[in-house]
Design a binder for this molecule. Structure first.
Ligand code: PLP
Length: 388
């Protein structure tokens, strides 16, 4: 009998080891892993460079307090600022911590500007920003907040794609608009580039900060280092996590130079955040994923995957409603509940995971191979033909 709290509905399967795109179960079965810990293992399982990095660092130094300089963190922060919009970085351990810190930064910024009541954060209804108290109220989902009152104040919501409702919800106390550039849990819904540009314009006009939550869609997942990159929009604050650690828990808040100075000594902290072991690994992930050729390859393989999936959709339009997403953050939206479909995929040794709106979410490692995509497509096709 499991002594773990039942806050998860766990599948009756466990794994012995993983290699690249594959997981090997304890009862000797080989699975094609297109979940990768929910977009966490960006380089697949047991990537040799990551194994080497963790081995080397583990012999030298695991953890020291942020009361001291941590060169590995300095190095990673420098790399991130050289490759992105960010001027400063604040390391955390998880996505929820990073979004929570992003909220703190936005509020603190206006507090120091002498506008303490400009503290409300405007978010998309039924989005996902993590499971801390502030993050669940930011997400604005009834299911996530039920039973966890009193509610955390300071969050307003608009409907995805409803520009009228967005404009109506902005007032003089709006400090920030915080959205996922691509909604992950919410069903792989991409905010179009022109909408991002429109958001930036509104924020500039009304003196509001733009927070783009790239915890799931960032760090190469979209085919660009950030999902907002092609839009040319420059956000003020970007929380990241999942992919940057390649399987090791790392979160970070990326901040521009206008906003970052509001965080002075003592305003925020994290005991584990940015420790040497985490940073040694983050540096290796960053080196690989931020490489132009690597990103180009994600785009190519993604184009191929979408092409194949759209063919399958055309063949089975009564089962698959549409294929959505960007890069290697892909959703197969079904006409009906996806539970059985996901189970069938798993029986055929392909691991996927659900998202809202009947979506089967597909998250291969960013270095996935073409033949692995072919294998996945064969399984998806087979399941379509059997489920009909
Ligand atoms: C997963 C996720 C989070 C929360 O990350 P945790 O590491 O689970 O706390 C926040 N925002 C987005 C967009 C996510 O996908």
């Amino acid at each position: 009998m499991s002594k773990l709290v039942k806050n998860y509905n766990r599948k009756k399967i466990s794994f012995k080891y993983g290699k690249g795109s594959f997981l090997y179960s304890r009862n000797g079965k080989k699975y094609l892993d297109f979940v990768q810990g929910i977009a966490v293992n960006s380089l697949g399982h047991a990537h040799p460079n990551l194994v080497k990095a963790i081995n080397n660092q583990s012999k030298k130094l695991w953890h020291v307090s942020n009361a001291f300089i941590i060169p590995e963190g300095e190095k990673l922060a420098k790399k991130i600022t050289q490759k992105t919009f960010a001027d400063y970085v604040m390391f955390q351990n998880s996505g929820a911590e990073a979004t929570e810190a992003a909220i703190k930064v936005a509020r603190r910024y206006f507090y120091l500007k002498g506008k303490p009541s400009k503290n409300r954060i405007l978010c998309i209804k039924n989005s996902f920003h993590g499971r801390t108290l502030a993050a669940i109220y930011a997400s604005g989902s009834k299911k996530m907040t039920e039973g966890f009152g009193p509610r955390i104040n300071g969050f307003d919501h608009f409907e995805f794609g409803n520009h009228q409702s967005l404009k109506k919800k902005i007032n003089k106390n709006t400090a920030a608009i915080m959205v996922e550039t691509i909604m992950g849990e919410g069903g792989i819904k991409v905010i179009p580039d022109w909408c991002l540009r429109e958001l930036r314009k509104i924020c500039d006009k009304k003196n509001i900060l733009l927070i783009l939550d790239e915890v799931q869609c960032g760090v190469g997942r979209s085919g660009d280092f950030f999902a907002f990159e092609k839009s040319k929009v420059k956000p003020d604050i970007v929380p990241i996590a999942k992919g940057i650690g390649g399987g090791f828990p790392i979160g970070a808040v990326l901040i521009n130079k206008k906003v970052a100075p509001c965080m002075t000594p003592g305003t925020h902290g994290s005991t584990f955040g940015g420790n040497p072991l985490a940073m040694a690994i983050g540096n290796v992930v960053m080196d690989i994923v931020s490489n132009k050729k690597f990103l180009k390859n994600i785009k190519n393989i993604s184009n191929y995957f979408f092409l194949r999936l759209n063919e399958i959709q055309k063949e089975y339009p009564k089962i698959i409603k549409n294929i959505r997403g960007k890069g290697l953050l892909i959703g197969i939206q079904l006409h009906t509940n996806q539970t059985k479909f996901i189970k069938k995929l798993m029986e055929n040794r392909l691991l996927t995971i659900r998202a809202a709106e009947n979506v089967v979410r597909i998250l291969p490692p960013l270095n996935v191979k073409k033949n692995e995509i072919n294998q996945a497509c064969r399984i998806i096709k087979k399941v379509c033909s059997e489920i009909k």
